[in-house]
Ligand binder design. Structure first.
Ligand SMILES: *[C@@H]1O[C@H](CO)[C@@H](O)[C@H](O)[C@H]1NC(C)=O
Ligand SMILES: *[C@@H]1O[C@H](CO)[C@@H](O)[C@H](O)[C@H]1NC(C)=O
Ligand SMILES: *[C@@H]1O[C@H](CO)[C@@H](O)[C@H](O)[C@H]1NC(C)=O
Ligand SMILES: *[C@@H]1O[C@H](CO)[C@@H](O)[C@H](O)[C@H]1NC(C)=O
Ligand SMILES: *[C@@H]1O[C@H](CO)[C@@H](O)[C@H](O)[C@H]1NC(C)=O
Ligand SMILES: *[C@@H]1O[C@H](CO)[C@@H](O)[C@H](O)[C@H]1NC(C)=O
Ligand SMILES: *[C@@H]1O[C@H](CO)[C@@H](O)[C@H](O)[C@H]1NC(C)=O
Ligand SMILES: *[C@@H]1O[C@H](CO)[C@@H](O)[C@H](O)[C@H]1NC(C)=O
Length: 434
């Protein structure tokens, strides 16, 4: 005879499940976010920076006043700003319990482990900065499905991520800043990146990315900064569409084994460029005249390539030019003679190892900011201009192996407190330096 009081095993199980469900609902409706923060603190081994996070101070809502924590008006944690807090260890799963979190900055710590998929539970997350840490492994393939659709900043710079760039990132349509530089990522840049129409900066430099630079990047019409330096991209050309990006301000493609063809073709529209760095490639053809029409161009770095032809005179008219580096190409003709006259912030000019002829421009120091001129190994002639010989801000002057003539100006070296390097060897100069 069955005893009515003995519960069947199934029943016990049901009870247990009901119990668990009840517990879960309770936790979800009344999240003890102070408790979660304390769990996070414990997982990180109670770092001194978080000493003020304490159970004593956990009276209702008190955690919203803990350092590094930000809450919304309803008292939910929306922000953890933990940059440079000397934190060591992986991101604990408890972070995923902070369901209203929009901003997580753990940059510049010693965070380890792999990419914390617990963050997939933070559906409102917009800003995630885990740069300058020690996080590694592959980026999860479903990262773009997992992270909240409102993500606008993802900065993973300077970590140890390897594997490929997940194509799913292109699902994060609100993404404005994507920074994966200084990791060990390989494979090619997914063509689907072109779907990120709100992207303003795409920084992938210093990885091991290969393949060609996808022409699709030319469709990223909001792009202001593009950093692809130092990856072993297959010898290929710069996709012409990149020069059509009207908002582009910074372009860094140095050390990429790019080659072939003229740099700029038809359809140039990137008039907002402030920095062009395509140094250390195998680019050929001429320096495009249009570079001299970029009113905001400040840094023009074309060194270690195979550019030939003349330096456009218009480069000498750029009002904001600060650094001009054209060394180690096959350039001929003269330096723009008005270089420095219109660029009052001009500081550094490097044109070594070319076949430049004619005179050294007399205006280099006109703006009072000029520091360094490297022009050795050319065919420059004429004398050393007075304006340069009286340049009080000069630190470095290397003119060796040219065809300079005339007297070394007596003022050279006098009243130049910052001058460290002066090399005039292998010219036809007369006189001496005191
Ligand atoms: C991420 O944090 C680093 C270091 O604190 C900071 O320099 C960088 O600007 C941040 N990135 C973004 C996209 O805000
Ligand atoms: C995403 O952003 C929109 C617009 O600001 C907002 O209405 C929505 O609630 C956000 N979604 C989440 C999950 O926070
Ligand atoms: C990524 O790094 C981890 C740990 O160092 C290693 O086990 C894994 O094989 C690497 N993956 C790739 C694709 O290199
Ligand atoms: C340029 O091309 C030459 C020959 O094709 C190659 O040896 C050299 O490594 C290349 N240089 C760069 C910086 O890509
Ligand atoms: C140059 O910079 C100024 C100041 O930031 C800006 O107002 C102007 O629109 C820029 N010009 C171009 C062509 O981008
Ligand atoms: C540089 O260009 C010249 C033609 O102008 C070519 O003969 C030479 O091979 C190129 N050098 C490199 C390293 O690409
Ligand atoms: C300079 O011209 C000479 C003679 O034409 C040539 O042999 C040399 O390769 C050229 N050097 C550069 C850096 O273009
Ligand atoms: C410098 O060289 C150019 C040709 O390259 C020549 O026309 C000019 O007369 C020379 N100037 C001086 C001062 O030697």
């Amino acid at each position: 005879m069955a005893t009515p009081h003995r519960a069947s095993p199934n029943c016990v199980l049901l009870l247990l499940v009901a119990c668990l469900l009840h517990h879960r609902v309770a936790v979800e409706s009344l999240p003890d976010e102070a408790g979660l923060l304390l769990q996070i603190k414990r997982a990180w081994g109670d770092p001194p920076a978080l000493a003020a996070w304490s159970a004593d101070a956990s009276a209702a809502g008190a955690h919203c006043r803990w350092p590094y924590v930000g809450c919304d008006s309803a008292g939910s944690v929306i922000k953890l700003a933990l940059a440079s807090a000397n934190i060591i260890g992986a991101i604990p799963d408890a972070v995923g319990g902070l369901s209203s979190l929009t901003h997580l900055d753990v940059s510049s710590n010693s965070i380890t482990g792999v990419f914390p998929t617990a963050l997939y539970h933070c559906h409102s997350l917009r800003y995630l900065n885990m740069s300058w840490n020690d996080i590694g492994g592959e980026l999860p393939g479903d990262i773009g499905n997992g992270l909240g659709a409102n993500m606008s900043t993802l900065d993973l710079t300077f970590n140890n991520f390897n594997g490929t760039i997940p194509a799913s990132l292109s699902r994060l349509r609100d993404l404005q800043h994507l920074a994966l530089g200084w990791n060990h990522l390989s494979g090619s840049i997914p063509k689907s990146m072109s779907k990120l129409q709100n992207l303003r900066s795409l920084m992938l430099q210093e990885n091991s990315l290969a393949g060609t630079i996808p022409a699709e990047l030319g469709k990223l019409t909001s792009l202001q900064e593009l950093g692809l330096a130092n990856s072993p991209f297959d010898a290929g050309t710069i996709p012409p569409g990149i020069w059509g990006l009207k908002k582009l301000r910074g372009l860094s493609l140095c050390e990429n084994q790019l080659t072939a063809g003229d740099v700029v073709v038809d359809g140039f529209a990137a008039m907002s460029l402030r920095m062009i760095d395509v140094s250390d490639n195998n680019l050929t053809g001429i320096i495009p005249e249009v570079f001299g029409h970029l009113r905001n161009l400040t840094y023009l770095l074309l060194f270690n390539n195979n550019f030939s032809g003349k330096i456009p005179v218009s480069i000498g008219l750029l009002p904001l030019l600060r650094i001009l580096s054209l060394s180690s190409n096959r350039l001929t003709g003269t330096l723009p003679q008005e270089l420095g006259k219109h660029s009052l912030g001009l500081s550094y000019v490097y044109v070594e190892d070319n076949n430049l002829t004619g005179q050294i421009p007399q205006w280099l120091c006109a703006g009072g900011q000029f520091e360094q001129l490297g022009a050795s190994n050319n065919l420059l002639n004429g004398s050393i201009p007075v304006g340069l010989a009286r340049c009080h801000t000069l630190q470095y002057l290397d003119l060796h192996s040219n065809q300079l003539t005339g007297d070394i100006p007596g003022s050279l070296g006098y009243d130049m407190p910052l001058l460290q390097t002066l090399n005039l060897a292998n010219n036809e100069l007369s006189g001496s330096i005191c």
